[in-house]
Design a protein around this ligand. Sequence first.
Ligand code: ZN
Ligand code: ZN
Length: 345
Amino acid sequence: MEEKKVNALLVTHRPNVLYLSGFTGTSGFLLVTLEEALLYTDFRYLQQAGEQVSAFEIVKVENYVDYSHVTGQLTRSGLKQLAVEESHFSLRELNILKNAAPGIELLPLHNFLEEIRAVKEEGEIELIARAAGIADEAWQELLPLLKPGISELEVACELEYRLRKKGSEKLPFEFIVASGERSALPHGVAGKRIISEGELVTVDFGAVYGGYCSDMTRTFVLGEPSEKQREIYELVRDAQEMAFKMIAAGQRGAEVDAVVRQYFQQYGYDAYFGHGLGHGVGLEVHELPVLSPKGQETLQEMMVFSIEPGIYIENWGGVRIEDLVVLRPEGLQVLTRSARTLSLG
Ligand code: ZN
Ligand code: ZN
């Protein structure tokens, strides 16, 4: 905060509230000044906050936009400026805050805590690795159930059930199960479609453990794949292997993404790779760093992110393979353990 010349910070984004304070309730916000740290929450969460939070003074408020205590605190401390998380603040919240504190200047911050969160501590990596492990185990149990005639929804359901049983606290996102021509949709959520032999199927899923997410994708064909399916699959897998070997601390997200894009270009498939190479994963399933043409952050040791090249061909199908990695001094450590096998069943 001193670096950014911030004397008082209002934290409203839930993953950031959790990161700083340990509070998991769905209603609560933080005020952090250079001297004080306060957690504001309502009646429903007072006991929970008392159990989870030790470094913050807990203050009862009426609701999640009751900022009167915050402005009172600022006045008492003689502070005239308050930093807010601009990406996580609604117009309504902004207006309420402005009305409660007409004399206070608001300083918008973008990605302030997100940049800090991008570099993990060992304990955080352990939780992410456990979430990745739960997903691997659930996937392993799903494999024998994958037979022609199963629907996309059934695949999602069987996975969700097994993830929960193995300790996933919730679903990190709506799972993608996209089969046949639908596999060309990078974000095709599971539907009623029945999966047949010889079709590409993309399954993108994860677990949550200790509040931390995992994210992985496997693409497969039930039965014998066609030559083209094999060719595209191997291209994507080789691109991912190349990324595993090449990525090192000090590179920018955009640089790393460009290398994989150029590799696809050699084979004429760069136009079919319509999303970024990867993204940070932690308390949120999509966080910093961004590995895409827009990724300006420099990759640092102890960052955790996905590597997920994909090729999507309209009216034909798509292939994506996604694994989670940690950037270590010696290179990338892959957290996802599931085999990458095209042909199943
Ligand atoms: Zn994913
Ligand atoms: Zn992902």
